[in-house]
Design a protein around this ligand. Structure first.
Ligand code: BGC
Length: 419
């Protein structure tokens, strides 16, 4: 939200009593989990709530990355009836908190010991002004490369570990008659590929300076130009059908053996799992080329809106409690492709990709390399993220725009959005 949007929203809300459309004993939950794997995961929570006697009104807004869902949420909040809970992430939680619209979850958090249960990096994002206002459902890793092993074998290539190997493997896959890289031309998917390629070529310190701290020298400098050029090269590995394609359709291209690779967060694993495939056999996962020592995290979380009805508030507290219980954490994350938000759970049911994700999360948290995903709203405010998305997508789709010009635009995007 920009400052202007915030002011408008605050004015619209001044004097308005918040009423949600959920009935007593029921929660209305806004999210964008609508693909096959995502819907299976969301259903886990609905069933657990219903088993405890609470009602669940599903408010699913299609659109990967959640941009449409956030637009719908703003208009619901403007008219004074937000849902009981919404999937809101990263710095946006703080923005909603500043508007005074979120209810606190401190009593559940105290009773369940969230402070001890959650890693600091996760707990910090869930608090506004020291109060818990959201509950984390998982930890997604964004810097993944997915592959179809049969396509790789047909092309005579291995899983690449560097960007050079990746581009070489891509050429071989094309020559063997497949699409090298499955992609959907939507701004958030472009940004997802961009941040992984930037991380792979330039490393996590540069990622932090450029995409988290928005340092103008990093945003407009040589390393950014190199990263943009690498990013543009990935376009040569994509097919002509990519404009507007949804991410899960791109994953289906890998599943069906039409394409060799996809660069996507591990919600893609939810699609492989829903298709009945086994990690390490039917499909392969590896850190995006060159990013073995880094982890771009993307934490899904449900923030609770302040409501006036006591029974609805009780249902919200139950939802928050259930989300961090082992039963939900295991079932949801097995279906979603992510790892649990709490690190103390038995991971024996999880596949090799999830085991690697957990080990890499812990290693990068200790040794450095753990960075928030810009493309998934964990690194910068939504207005700055939107301005960066515009530069990334315009540059990607404009064959004539030099990387130098895009780098300059990056600097102005970060500055202009700050006003
Ligand atoms: C969310 C995931 C979701 C993905 C695709 C990401 O921003 O964090 O939960 O599966 O977008 O919609």
């Amino acid at each position: 939200m920009s400052t202007l949007q915030k002011t408008t929203l605050a004015l619209a809300l001044a004097g308005a009593t918040l009423a949600t459309t959920a009935h007593a004993n029921e929660v209305e939950v806004l999210h964008w989990w609508t693909s096959g794997g995502e819907a299976r995961a969301a259903n886990v929570l609905k069933e657990l709530m219903e088993a405890e006697g609470y009602g669940w009104q599903d408010f699913a807004v299609a659109g990967g990355g959640g941009e449409t869902a956030m637009t719908v949420l703003k208009s619901r909040a403007m008219s004074g009836n937000p849902p009981s809970a919404a999937q809101i992430k990263g710095p946006e939680i703080q923005e909603w908190g500043e508007l005074g619209l979120l209810g606190d979850l401190n009593s559940v958090a105290d009773a369940e010991g969230w402070d001890e249960l959650l890693p600091d990096v996760v707990a910090d994002i869930m608090r506004h002004d020291g109060q818990y206002v959201a509950v984390p459902v998982n930890v997604h890793r964004v810097n993944w490369l997915w592959a179809n092993p049969e396509v790789l074998e047909a092309a005579g290539v291995e899983m690449p570990t560097t960007l050079d190997e990746f581009f070489e493997a891509g050429e071989a896959i094309r020559e063997a008659g497949f699409v090298p890289l499955a992609h959907g031309g939507q701004a958030w998917q472009d940004a997802t590929v961009f941040e992984s390629v930037l991380l792979g070529g330039q490393g996590s310190e540069f990622y932090q300076q450029a995409l988290v701290e928005l340092d103008p020298e990093a945003l407009g400098g040589e390393q950014m130009i190199d990263a943009l050029e690498d990013f543009k090269r990935t376009r040569e590995l994509m097919d002509e059908g990519m404009p507007g394609r949804d991410w899960n359709i791109a994953t289906a291209m890998v599943i069906q053996g039409v394409a060799g690779f996809q660069l996507m967060g591990d919600w893609a694993k939810g699609e492989f799992t829903a298709a009945g495939l086994t990690a390490g056999e039917d499909y392969l996962c590896a850190a995006a080329p060159g990013t073995q020592n880094a982890f771009t995290f993307n934490i899904d979380s449900l923030a609770m809106f302040r409501v006036s009805d006591d029974e609805e508030r009780e249902a919200q507290q139950a939802l928050a409690r259930l989300v961090l219980e082992p039963t939900f954490q295991e079932a949801f994350n097995l279906a979603k492709g992510s790892i649990p938000a709490r690190p103390d759970l038995d991971m024996s049911e999880f596949d090799s990709c999830a085991q690697q994700s957990l080990a890499d999360f812990q290693r990068t948290a200790e040794e450095g390399g753990l960075v928030p995903s810009m493309a998934h709203g964990m690194a910068v405010r939504a207005d700055i993220q939107g301005a960066i998305f515009d530069v990334v997508t315009n540059y990607f789709n404009d064959a004539d725009m030099p990387a130098e010009e895009a780098a300059e635009r990056m600097v102005s995007a970060a500055q202009a959005a700050s006003f």
